[in-house]
Write a protein that binds this ligand. Structure first.
Ligand code: E4P
Length: 223
C-alpha cells in the first residue's frame, strides 16, 4: 500500500518525506490556497514553481490539479503541468469535459488522477478514460451520511473484476480508521493529511512502554 501526503505545505511534505514512508503527494486548489502568503500576487508561474519544489522533495508521483473547466483548456493546462517534472500527475475532475481531457492526455502518456469521484460509475469511467489513479473522496461522503469506505470496496471489486490497472487512491481521509479499512480492502494508495500520518504511529501503550523501558534502562551504566 502506498502512502501519499495530502498537502501543498512544503514543511509538512519534508517532514513526512523524512519519515521514509512517503510515496507521493496530492494537492488541490484548496490545499494550494492554504499555503499562499500573498493571494493578490500569487501567479500561475508561482503555482508551477511550487509544484516543482514539491517534486524536488519527493521522488514519487505529485498530483497537480487543473483549474479549468473545458476539455480543451484542461488538455492545454495538463500538458503544461506535466512538463514541470516527470513525476507530475495531472488531476482532472470527473466531469464529461474532464473525461475527454483524461482520454486525450492519458493517450499522450500523461498520467492522470481522476478527482472528485463519488460513485462507482464515475470510477468505471475514470478507468476507461485511462486514468492512472482514481480518487474517491471518502470523508466528504461520510460528511453527508453516506458510507465513504463502502464506495472503496465497490471500486476495488469492480477494478478486480475487469483487471483495470487504474490505482484506487483513497482521498479525503480524515482519520486512521479510513487508512486501516482502505488497507483491508486492498486499496492501492491512501492520500493522508500530515496530522493523520502522525496519528498512524501513535499508540498509548507504546508511550507508556517506552517510558518504563527508559526508566529501567538506568540500570545499564556507562553508555
Ligand atoms: C486529494 O486528492 C483530495 O483533493 C483531498 O483528499 C480532498 O480532501 P478534503 O475532502 O479533506 O478536502
Amino acid at each position: 500500500m502506498k502512502f501519499f501526503i495530502d498537502t501543498a505545505d512544503l514543511d509538512e511534505i519534508r517532514a513526512a518525506n523524512d519519515l521514509g514512508v512517503l510515496d507521493g503527494v496530492t494537492t488541490n486548489p484548496s490545499l494550494v490556497a492554504k499555503i499562499v502568503e500573498d493571494p493578490d500576487n500569487f501567479t500561475y508561474e508561482d503555482f508551477k514553481d511550487h509544484i516543482a519544489k514539491i517534486c524536488d522533495i519527493v521522488g514519487g508521483p505529485v498530483s497537480a490539479e487543473v483549474t479549468t473547466l473545458t476539455a480543451d483548456e484542461m488538455i492545454s493546462q495538463g500538458e503544461e503541468l506535466a512538463s514541470i517534472d516527470e513525476n507530475v500527475v495531472v488531476k482532472c475532475p470527473l466531469t464529461l469535459e474532464g473525461l475527454k481531457a483524461m482520454r486525450h492526455l492519458s493517450g499522450n502518456s500523461i498520467r492522470i488522477n481522476a478527482t472528485l469521484v463519488f460513485s462507482p460509475t464515475q470510477a468505471i469511467l475514470a478507468a476507461k478514460a485511462g486514468a492512472s489513479y482514481v480518487s474517491p473522496f471518502v470523508g466528504r461522503l461520510d460528511d453527508i451520511s453516506t458510507d465513504g469506505m463502502a464506495l472503496i470496496e465497490q471500486i476495488v471489486t469492480i477494478y478486480r473484476n475487469y483487471r483495470f490497472t487504474t490505482e484506487v487512491l483513497v482521498a479525503s481521509v480524515r482519520h486512521p480508521q479510513h487508512v486501516v479499512e482502505a488497507a483491508i480492502m486492498g486499496a492501492d494508495v491512501a492520500t493522508i493529511p500530515f496530522k493523520v500520518i502522525e496519528q498512524l504511529a501513535k499508540h498509548p501503550l507504546t508511550d507508556t512502554g517506552l517510558d518504563r523501558f527508559m526508566k529501567d534502562a538506568a540500570v545499564i551504566k556507562n553508555r
